[in-house]
Design a protein around this ligand. Structure first.
Ligand code: CP
Length: 314
């Protein structure tokens, strides 16, 4: 693959290769010398048009640990504010010969469009409600390490599914790896094309969580509800917030996940989020750096191979 735009085009073996390499980077990141030269000589530009803590910081650290020259564009201070379009901005940066472009944008499909205009590898760091592939990969690595496998697990994804690129990418990845996915949430926050997903749907947390191995909570994405129905936080917590009493319906060794940012007391009880016997939320963050290192390393290998092949034809 030339780019990482989504989970959709990836095969089971693509996913396994990324996770296997990421496992090696977890060991590197835990060592005293967190450095490799896998991206030495390459330039990585991070363009985040939407706010981020985890994804932006981990892509930056990942690039630096692999020896790339990393530049973070402050998009709020860029000439986008003067009316320059996304495509013109990308073409401008492309003329500076980056090798890896990491892009987060509020519009679904914006990152795919940009990938068609530039001649470097593009990684989707989240586009609208469409895909967030590195999040699904880091979630998969977290599950595989906690459960010892990434197949034949029962996984509940709970909350605002309709607006969640994390849910879409996870549903695709977990389905490709032959897991059983359940979606739990209010019908108003379920996507309209739910039948395409091949998942079970519940609007009752206790029923949906019965016997699951993994409980994945999502944030209410109010910023994407533009004028539509926004549930009251109190009512939402009562029905869909993860509490000890609701979690007791899952398997006794079920893990609790959340991609962050987390709203304590809205979708999850703070005590559960902090309970390290159940919650793997901090492990998810750790896996994020390793997965992004693996994804950029593999794309850089493909980039070097295609450049070498092109050079040998000249
Ligand atoms: N999970 C995630 O994408 O978090 P950020 O928005 O902080 O990057």
């Amino acid at each position: 693959h030339r780019h990482l735009l989504g989970i959709e085009p990836l095969s089971q073996s693509d996913i396994t290769s990324i996770l296997d390499l990421a496992d090696k980077y977890v060991a590197l990141n835990r060592s005293a010398h967190k450095h490799s030269d896998a991206l030495a000589g390459l330039t990585q530009i991070n363009m985040f048009f939407e706010n981020s803590t985890r994804t932006q910081a981990s892509f930056e650290l990942a690039g630096k640990r692999l020896g790339a020259d990393v530049m973070n564009m402050a998009m709020g201070a860029s000439s986008i504010k003067k009316g320059e379009t996304l495509v013109d901005t990308a073409l401008t940066l492309n003329a500076m010969h980056p090798d890896l472009l990491v892009v987060r944008h509020g519009s679904s499909g914006a990152v795919d469009l940009l990938a068609q205009k530039v001649n470097c590898a593009v990684l989707n760091a989240g586009d609208g409600s469409h895909e967030h592939p590195t999040q699904a990969l880091l979630d998969a690595l977290t599950i595989r390490r906690a459960k010892g496998r990434l197949h034949r697990l029962s996984i509940a994804i709970c909350g605002d599914i309709a607006h969640s690129r994390v849910a879409r990418s996870n549903i695709m990845l977990l389905g490709k790896m032959e897991n059983r996915v359940r979606l739990i949430g209010p019908p108003t926050l379920m996507p309209s094309q739910i039948d395409e997903f091949g998942v079970e749907v519940f609007d009752d947390m206790r029923e949906g969580l019965e016997g699951v191995d993994v409980v994945m909570m999502l944030r209410l994405q109010k910023e994407r509800m533009d004028g539509g129905f926004i549930p009251s936080e109190r009512e939402y917590y009562h029905r869909f917030g993860l509490t000890a009493e609701k979690l007791a319906h899952a398997k006794p060794d079920a893990i609790v996940m959340h991609p962050g940012p987390m709203n304590r007391g809205v979708e999850i009880d703070g005590e559960i989020a902090d309970d390290v016997t159940r919650s793997v939320i901090q492990e998810q963050v750790e896996m994020g750096v390793a997965v992004r290192m693996a994804a950029m390393d593999l794309l850089a290998r493909n980039l070097r191979e295609s450049r070498a092949a092109a050079a040998s034809k000249d």
